[in-house]
Design a protein around this ligand. Structure first.
Ligand code: HSE
Length: 435
């Protein structure tokens, strides 16, 4: 049987999971790959005494893996865009195939790296970079390749979904749940990437590039995290028949591509609303197939390793047959990748959840309703609570119809300027996810 040699750089959560999986399932993996996959070298900058490396040579200088002539496939699991970027550049320049789980690297430097890979006649594979163990890159790039993709929406950060789920189901404190997500190996090295939506934005950019055949444009994503979500809004959303989820959304419109990450109210009856804990799910609507849903673990050692090793197997199959991959790295042939305008947020149309604090006196609701109606914003649902004992102010919650965001901003400013309204309006976008 032929032999393909892999070098793994980085032995953190995913690196250790990848090593364990390659060793545990070696026989099945060889049957599927049509060759033996040997781990030829590990590149580890720090000590990992808890990881059993056996007789595999270990280099403290990770560049030694990129320079090792015996290595066919370099697996980059260091993360970040410093050492990882230099390492991947070097490996590609040395004619090695690369597998990575690094979404920041692909989202921010993918255009350059895919070009370098193509020049060198090698592949840069990144299934594990999006939605952990869910093979959504393969689904989009291959399974749905006959479709014109209209839109996709996903829960693509496991840590954020874990936090929102624990807050809703157990009323737990944000910081406490985040600490647990870190201990479980779900969170990024810098967890603000998870809770501020940066990690989801990295993943969305990758999905959108494949879905719409356009370059990776991380700087164009509108990004809003979950740190502003209050338990009170989770409760009102439930009363209205909705759940709050942190979504990445990419949509093709006549005016341009929507590219946005933000908390979103979605109907509780949607499958996506019932994706809980560290699970991720991506809903993709193609013109031929209709809606399709991909679900599974979005973070963690072995779920992510599952995607890394699948990429290694794909490459090993090609190497064993002496052929390159026939699947373009972004799903369309490089010369067919086309820049597309990104729709400014003020032109994006969504429905809205608005929560305001109003004085409990006659005429307030009619003032608010008049402002909405003058702007053509229709009120679809409304909750007003009785004031608490001794209070003169009440929460008012409104669900609007779909409105251009620029118009909604103007309406919100006008309502906030009313004497009877206290402070700022809490605003969360609402998506029906039905077309
Ligand atoms: N921190 C990421 C998450 C890891 O929580 O989804 C997987 O990309």
């Amino acid at each position: 049987m032929k032999r393909v040699t892999v070098g793994i750089c980085g032995l953190g959560t995913v690196g250790a999971g990848t090593l364990a999986l390659l060793q545990r399932n070696a026989a099945d993996i060889a049957d599927r790959a049509g060759c033996q996959i040997e781990i030829g070298r590990l590149g580890v900058r720090g000590d990992r005494p808890d990881v059993e490396t056996g007789t595999i040579p270990v280099s403290r200088d990770v560049m030694a893996v990129a320079d090792d002539p015996e290595i066919d496939i370099l697996v980059e699991l260091i993360g970040g865009t410093d050492t990882a970027l230099a390492l991947v550049r070097r490996a590609l320049a040395n004619g090695k195939h690369v597998v990575t789980a690094n979404k920041a690297l692909i989202a921010e430097f993918g255009n350059e790296l895919f070009h370098s890979a193509a020049e060198a006649g090698v592949s840069l594979s990144y299934e594990a970079a999006v939605a952990g163990g869910i093979p959504v890159i393969k689904a989009l790039r291959e399974g749905l390749s006959a479709n014109r993709i209209q839109w996709l929406a996903g829960i693509i950060n496991g840590t954020g979904n874990f936090i929102l789920t624990e807050m809703r189901d157990r009323g737990r404190d944000f910081a406490e749940v985040l600490a647990e997500a870190q201990a479980l190996g779900y969170a990024e090295a810098d967890p603000t990437f998870d809770v501020e939506g940066i990690d989801a934005a990295h993943k969305l950019v990758i999905l959108a590039a494949i879905a719409f055949g356009m370059p990776l444009q991380f700087d164009k994503v509108y990004t809003e995290g979950i740190t502003g979500i209050e338990t009170v809004d989770v409760g009102y959303a439930e009363q209205l028949g909705y759940r709050i989820k942190h979504l990445g959304i990419a949509r093709r419109t006549e005016q341009g591509i929507e590219l946005r990450v933000h908390p979103t109210l979605i109907p509780a009856k949607r499958l996506l609303a019932n994706v809980n804990g560290v699970k991720n799910a991506v809903l993709v609507e193609g013109d031929a197939v209709g809606p399709t849903l991909y679900y599974g673990a979005g973070a963690g050692a072995e779920p992510t390793a599952s995607a890394v090793v699948a990429d290694v197997i794909d490459l090993a199959r090609n190497l064993a047959r002496g052929q390159g991959s026939a699947v373009p790295m972004l799903g369309v042939q490089p010369e067919a990748i086309e820049s597309r305008p990104i729709l400014p947020m003020e032109d994006v149309r969504t429905a809205w959840y608005l929560r305001m604090t109003a004085e409990d006196k006659p005429g307030v609701l009619s003032d608010v309703a008049s402002i909405c109606s003058r702007a053509g914003v229709s009120i679809e649902a409304l909750i007003q609570k009785e004031p608490a004992e001794g209070q003169t102010r009440v929460p008012v919650i409104i669900l609007t119809n779909r409105t251009r965001e620029g118009e909604l901003n103007r309406v919100a400013r006008e309502i906030e300027a009313l004497d009877s309204i206290e402070g700022q309006i809490t605003r969360i976008r609402v998506e029906a996810l039905d077309g």
